[in-house]
Design a protein around this ligand. Structure first.
Ligand code: NAP
Ligand code: G4F
Length: 346
């Protein structure tokens, strides 16, 4: 049987790193698109070259950019992939308020650029679009699923909304095998350090070991459905292995506030935390009476998504997919990784 060839945009990001390893294990040849940067941006995938599967000869990187059609066309024509996973995006919600045009160019029009290449070059290429629970924004229903109305609350979400619909449009207009994964928040040791889970865990470890004194955060009352990236990349692959292209919500069905996430991390790190005050004035205090957590306006978004909670009935039914990692284990995985990186023990 012919070897499957996957092309991953955003290969240097959290999900790109997990998906590359997952596909290599499945026997794929994996090509990734990385953007040029003045300092190295491949730390999440460097390990692939050293791993015991000897994957070096099956894993290739190419310079390209989601804002540069010529580079995308060149790479797709050269690699001739059977599957494309479009994971590249300006993926930070708060940053999207500061760079709305760049976010739209990369995250929305970037998806269109790839779909155009597939349409013009080889319609047999299967396409995965990295969609997001941010699409639901303000939702009237407690649980969100594939039928819940969208309500974009940020330039990031509006850009992903375009990517979502253009994927459906190319599927219907040109008969492409194109799927949207509507993924709820997923985290891991590979998570970028400015997303809240990694920021909390890294910050609290630094406080525990005397490297820093305080952690400054934004809104502690929003609620998220947090899963493990390792489990979620399998769902991406499963979507492209089905007979029919469909869109799927991927989530855990469990929800915690940012404040509760802090408390769970403190428990794991044996930090005794108590709270004083409310709203933006809330403060986290340790057993010595020192303020270790404060909030600052600069980390709040102009419009917040207060509550996200996913229902994965459709993914259970068609993909036989279920999340495997409980939140406690997710927190422990990130703590272990951070302790190693910071060279602290105990
Ligand atoms: P991430 O860690 O921020 O990775 C994003 C990737 O996109 C990085 O490789 C980044 O390159 C690349 N990228 C950004 N701008 C680019 C450009 N102009 N040209 C080429 N590459 C570019 O995000 P992630 O957590 O892995 O998420 C993967 C995808 O899923 C994203 O599209 C995200 O929006 C979406 N998503 C994520 C979640 C989540 O909770 N993680 C949930 C739903 C949807 P650098 O490494 O050079 O920065
Ligand atoms: O970790 P976050 O920045 O993730 P957010 O905004 O939910 O977006 C992530 O998940 C989406 C899926 O729903 C992805 F599409 C997107 O690409 C990204 O991966 O923030 C989570 C919550 C927010 O309510 C935020 O206001 O944490 C709150 N928060 C409180 N203090 C903070 C902070 N967020 C960040 N990043 N930094 C803070 O200091």
């Amino acid at each position: 049987m012919k070897k499957k060839i996957a092309l991953i945009t955003g290969v240097t990001g959290q999900d790109g790193a997990y998906l590359s390893r997952f596909l290599l294990k499945k026997g794929y040849i994996v090509h990734g698109i990385k953007r040029r940067s003045s300092s190295l941006n491949t730390w999440r995938i460097d390990g692939i070259y050293d791993d015991p599967l000897k994957t070096k000869s099956k894993f290739f990187l190419h310079h390209g950019d989601m804002t540069d059609s010529l580079s995308l066309e060149r790479i797709i024509k050269m690699v001739k992939p059977s599957e494309i996973y479009n994971l590249a995006a300006q993926s930070h919600v708060k940053v999207s308020f500061e760079q709305p045009e760049y976010t739209a160019n990369t995250t929305a029009i970037g998806a269109l650029r790839i779909l155009e290449c597939i349409k013009n070059f080889d319609k047999r290429i299967k396409y995965y679009q990295a969609g997001t629970s941010e699409l639901f924004g303000v939702s009237k229903s407690k649980f969100q699923d594939e039928n819940t109305p969208f309500y974009a609350r940020s330039p990031y979400s509006a850009a992903k909304l375009y990517a979502h619909w253009i994927t459906i449009n190319y599927r219907e207009a040109y008969n492409l095998f194109a799927c949207n994964g509507i993924l709820f928040n997923h985290e891991s040791p590979m998570r970028g350090e400015t997303f809240v889970t990694k920021k909390i865990i890294s910050g609290l470890i630094k406080i525990k070991y005397g490297i820093e004194k305080k952690l400054i955060l934004g809104n502690l009352y929003s609620k998220r459905d947090w899963g493990h990236a390792k489990d979620y990349v399998e769902a991406m692959w499963l979507m492209l292995q089905q007979k029919k292209p469909r869109d799927f919500v991927i989530a855990t069905g469990k929800q915690y506030s940012v404040k509760k996430f802090i408390e769970m991390t403190c428990k794991e790190l044996n930090i005794n935390i108590s709270w004083k005050g409310k709203g933006i004035n809330i403060k986290g205090i340790n057993e010595q009476g020192k303020i270790i957590i404060e909030c600052n306006k600069k980390y709040f978004r102009p419009t917040e998504v207060e509550s996200l909670l996913g229902s994965t009935k459709k993914a259970n039914k068609y993909l036989n997919w279920k999340p495997k990692t409980p939140i406690k284990k997710l927190i422990k995985d990130i703590i272990d990784f951070e302790k190693k990186s910071l060279k602290v023990n105990g």
